[in-house]
Design a protein around this ligand. Structure first.
Ligand SMILES: Cc1ncc(COP(=O)(O)O)c(C=O)c1O
Length: 406
């Protein structure tokens, strides 16, 4: 077990990927917003499942019963993670696939001319499933603007878009391009006052803010464990009554009760076992009971460390001529994800050069292409702070950015 109050070094021991070197430099992974590294607790859960319990579900022999138990346990783990009931946890391939599936189901109960609100600040996984649905059924899409200077969503504009025909507001918890944390409560309350459903894309939010579906009172929320130390998988929370009554595309012989009725085909049992392992890894960083309390304490500690490292990175980048940072300053509500550009280099050129120093950063639009086009830049260089990021790695990044920007 790793205690968060112990040095980051102890946490780092859990991640074999951190032993990697490139060009003689230890690799510093700043690519967490695209997908974090994985601790051995997660790979152990995956290997244990595949080597000792591998089977399909609901049959009358031990490894099948063990598979059922592993999936049931994973729902309990995610119920703690999202603060919901185990029967409100749907597993799937990734957030995008789950969102397309949910959108298709919701579309069956709406009428031509009904309206869906999305935002310009979102990843396209929370825009295009709704846009596609609208094109198919004759629904109307309205998109809330954001302020390119502050990186903040324009909530007045969003409110202005709501009408009697609004059926759903799709909102991101946090921007994967700019790090902005949105005022979810205000938007969810607005949806509920307007008799519209609320759908939260928490893919970039869940790694940094502990989701609380009870407090938020949202109708749907999605996250992706591979962004918080787990394997590639997706998780959808849905309010029980909604999940039970949705007209979902499903096979006639498949389970008809929620949440299984939303799960198509055979799931990646190993990824679900590993996803539960990721939540348990986060909980293990603060060894207290119950699991939700441990998660709360871990998130608080990681938030404090993240704030410190983000401020150091933000201020360091600001002191380098020809570097421009985007999104809210560290004093505002934000994730520890900092995007910037370097004059004279494309984002890809910059990231290629940085990788020569063992610094792994992502570039481009990260599928938040509306954000990047509104900013009027070719692409962004994105540095994400994770639980294994050190002050020394931040300093190495700042030195390298200064070097390549000369
Ligand atoms: C904010 C946000 N939403 C949605 C997605 C899509 O998630 P998935 O890859 O699980 O479909 C991503 C992936 O980067 C993301 O950052």
């Amino acid at each position: 077990m790793y205690n968060i109050t112990a040095k980051t070094e102890a946490i780092r021991q859990a991640f074999p990927a951190l032993q990697r070197a490139h060009n003689g430099y230890p690799v510093a992974y700043f690519d967490g917003p695209g997908g974090t590294q994985v601790p051995t607790m997660v790979t152990d859960a995956i290997v244990d499942y595949l080597l000792h319990h591998n089977a399909n579900t609901h049959w009358a022999y031990p490894s099948s019963a063990e598979t059922d138990a592993i999936l049931d346990n994973a729902r309990l783990v995610f119920a703690d993670f999202l603060n919901c009931r185990p029967t409100e946890v749907v597993f799937g391939q990734n957030m995008t696939t789950l969102t397309f599936h949910l959108a298709r189901s919701l579309g069956r109960q709406w009428q031509q001319g009904d309206e869906i609100i999305v935002t310009d600040l979102d990843h396209h996984a929370n825009i295009d499933p709704w846009r596609d649905l609208a094109n198919e059924h004759g629904f109307v899409i309205r998109s809330a603007r954001f302020d390119t200077r502050t990186g903040q969503l324009n909530l007045d504009h969003l409110e202005h878009l709501v009408s009697k025909r609004t059926r759903l507001i799709a909102i991101g918890g946090a921007s994967n391009a700019l790090g902005t944390i949105n005022d979810l409560q205000t938007v969810i309350n607005l949806a509920s006052r307007s008799n519209a459903l609320s759908f939260v894309d928490a893919v970039h939010y869940a790694p940094h803010v502990l989701c609380d579906t009870k407090a938020l009172e949202c109708d749907f929320l999605t996250c992706s464990p591979y962004k918080f130390y787990g394997p590639h998988a997706g998780v959808l929370y849905g309010r029980k009554t909604l999940l039970q009554n949705l007209n979902v595309p499903r096979l006639a012989p498949a389970g008809s009760t929620a949440p299984e009725r939303l799960e198509t085909g055979t799931l990646s049992h190993e990824a679900i076992a590993g996803s539960a392992g990721a939540v348990n890894f986060l909980a293990s960083l603060t060894p207290i009971e119950p699991r939700r309390a441990a998660l709360k304490a871990t998130y608080q500690k990681l938030h404090e460390r993240g704030q410190h490292l983000t401020t150091r990175l933000w201020e360091g980048l600001h002191s380098i001529p020809d570097v421009m940072c985007y999104g809210p300053p560290p004093s505002d509500a934000r994730t520890p994800t900092v995007s910037f550009t370097i004059r004279g280099l494309t984002s890809e050129e910059a990231c290629r050069k940085l990788s020569d120093y063992g610094l792994f950063l992502s570039h481009g639009d990260f599928y938040a292409s509306t954000v990047v086009s509104r900013l009027g830049v070719e692409g962004l260089i994105r540095a994400g702070v994770a639980c294994y990021t050190t002050e020394e790695e931040i300093d190495r990044l700042l030195i390298a950015v200064r070097q390549i920007s000369k």
